[in-house]
Design a protein around this ligand. Structure first.
Ligand code: NAI
Ligand code: MG
Length: 493
């Protein structure tokens, strides 16, 4: 695509009603990449009505799963054909290192392929007989598409987060309106072009770029939307749920986290260091499931911390397009200010800054920040309890399993958790005690599109990915038949 100043609605690229645009920034040098179409309520209304018409006319919902799968595979193919361009665009708009962006794009294509498989399976598995307590009746349960879906997504994994919602919605037979983050809109716009070229019927997929209050809010309030899927911050998730309550829309929310990583005495030091680093510094720590609270058992603490500090200081920071860079800039100025303000607050609240916390030398432009480690972090300090969403890890010592579990669960969040020990029984026991939706044993972060993703408590509602993600976009219908030769005999005796 060579310009990004239009919205994709009802199969066409159109100028926003008010003609507005906004800038998207390259966080590596703070330059403007391009101007992007800014949707307002009028455009959102048009997009939702297009999706409503396309749903109601059956041009998509009326296809078999196998027919929809053909389109989903074409979309996956279109993504793979543009992988170099999409990955470079993601680096430019978000700042992440290129290998991580390539990973995102491969996963995005993989998500469409997996949902193509699940769409095909829908055809075969879509009728379940249910035995009723009365043999005069038979009952069949079927799944049907939920209707018009709205997807509102964040900036940390821009096109991948789009695929986690668009692919299952399309597989289920829903039509959809996607609102990407205003911070990183470009790859979602490329995805719209790929979906268009795959021949998906007009109105089935629609894209509105724009600000949260101007485009996201009217989308979450629109009466013709049946289902809302949101990933982002807790306050915005709560606002969307309130808007959805008015029309009793179905809502799924994937929100923040403050996930613990428990390391027991018997862990291998280098493996522990590797997964602690990956758990907090990949994608610059802008990861909802980041294991940002690390709990280390006292017997291994000094040795592990020495290695962790040594390896952290070696992390190469720079423009994500440069070879060997492991950490790019934070996504934008406001995220940089938020993270650095929280670091200052951590110091004020009595946590010890072991390393990092500063802009690295040699960068006068760009939102670069050193990888940061806090130790001896008070358990009531903001840096211990609140999501920082940046490359900042908080570390505490513990002495026994019960204490580690108690400290881990003492959080309003419950997205993920990780545990490391050579004693696999202990890992499995702790995995069951942690109140969170995703638990990693002897690792942190690897994510597979086949497995359910989502959190407990303030981390959200519902699960994405796998068959759980597909079910988000399906309604369940019972069809019950009276088969008896004997009359019912209530009124007419
Ligand atoms: P946000 O939650 O406000 O934005 C996410 C999406 O919601 C964007 O597309 C935005 O335009 C939209 N939005 C904003 N206000 C809306 C409204 N009133 N109605 C409907 N949609 C609305 O997150 P933001 O401002 O980009 O980042 C703020 C903080 O959120 C970060 O510092 C981080 O802590 C957290 N965050 C968490 C993410 C996660 O994956 N759990 C992802 C991104 C941010
Ligand atoms: Mg940007």
């Amino acid at each position: 695509m060579d310009s990004y100043n239009k919205l994709y609605i009802n199969g066409d690229w159109i100028t926003p009603a008010k003609g507005g645009t906004f800038e998207t920034i390259d966080p590596s040098d703070e330059s403007v990449i391009t101007r992007v179409a800014a949707a307002t309520a009028e455009d959102v209304d048009l997009a939702v009505k297009s999706a409503r018409n396309a749903f109601d006319d059956g041009s998509w919902s009326g296809l078999s799963g196998k027919e929809r799968a053909v389109y989903l595979r074409k979309i996956a193919e279109g993504i793979r054909e543009r992988i170099d361009h999409l990955a470079a665009l993601e680096v430019k708009d978000n700042g992440k290192p290129l290998p991580e962006a390539v990973w995102d794009i491969e996963d995005t294509a993989g998500t469409f392929d997996m949902y193509a498989d699940l769409a095909e399976e829908l055809d075969d598995n879509n009728s379940t007989a249910v035995a009723l307590g009365d043999d005069r009746f038979s009952c069949e349960v079927i799944k049907e598409p939920a209707g018009v879906a709205a997807a509102i997504i964040p900036w940390n994994f821009p096109v991948l987060m789009a695929s986690w919602k668009v692919a299952p919605a399309l597989a289920a037979g829903c039509t959809i309106v996607l609102k990407p983050s205003e911070v990183t809109p470009l790859t979602a716009m490329e995805l719209a072009d790929i979906i268009d070229k795959a021949g998906v019927p007009a109105g089935v997929f629609n894209l509105v770029t724009g600000m949260g209050p101007d485009a996201g809010a009217p989308l979450s309030e629109h009466p013709l939307v049946d289902k809302i899927a949101f990933t982002g911050s807790v306050p915005t998730g709560s606002r969307i749920m309130q808007a959805a309550a008015r029309d009793l829309k179905n809502v799924s929310l994937e929100l923040g986290g403050k996930s613990p990583f428990i390391i027991f005495d018997d862990a291998n030091i280098d493996e522990a260091v590797e997964w602690i680093l990956f758990g907090i510094f990949w994608n610059k720590g802008e990861v909802c499931s980041a294991t940002s609270r690390v709990l280390i058992q006292d017997g291994i603490y000094d040795q592990l911390m020495a290695r962790l500090e040594e390896e952290t200081r070696k992390i190469t920071i720079g423009n994500g397009m440069q070879d060997g860079v492991l950490m790019g800039p934070l996504v934008n100025a406001s995220q940089y200010e938020k993270v650095t303000a929280m670091i200052a607050q951590g110091v004020q609240e009595g946590a010890t800054l072991l390393c990092g916390g500063q802009r690295p030398d040699g960068f006068d432009k760009g939102y670069y920040l050193q990888p940061t480690i806090f130790v001896d972090v008070p358990d009531d300090s903001t840096v211990w309890t609140e999501e920082i969403f940046g490359p900042v890890v908080c570390i505490r010592k513990f002495s026994d399993e019960a204490e580690a579990v108690q400290l881990s669960n003492d959080s309003r969040f419950g997205l993920a958790g990780a545990v490391m020990s050579k004693d696999i029984d202990r890992c499995n026991r702790v995995a069951r005690k942690l109140r969170a939706g995703i638990i990693w044993i002897n690792c942190s972060q690897p994510t597979f599109s086949e497995a359910p993703w989502g959190g407990y408590k303030h981390s959200g509602i519902g699960r994405e990915l796998g068959v759980w993600g597909l079910n988000n976009y399906l309604e369940t219908k019972q069809i019950t038949a009276f088969n008896s030769d004997e009359p019912w005999g209530w009124y007419i005796k």
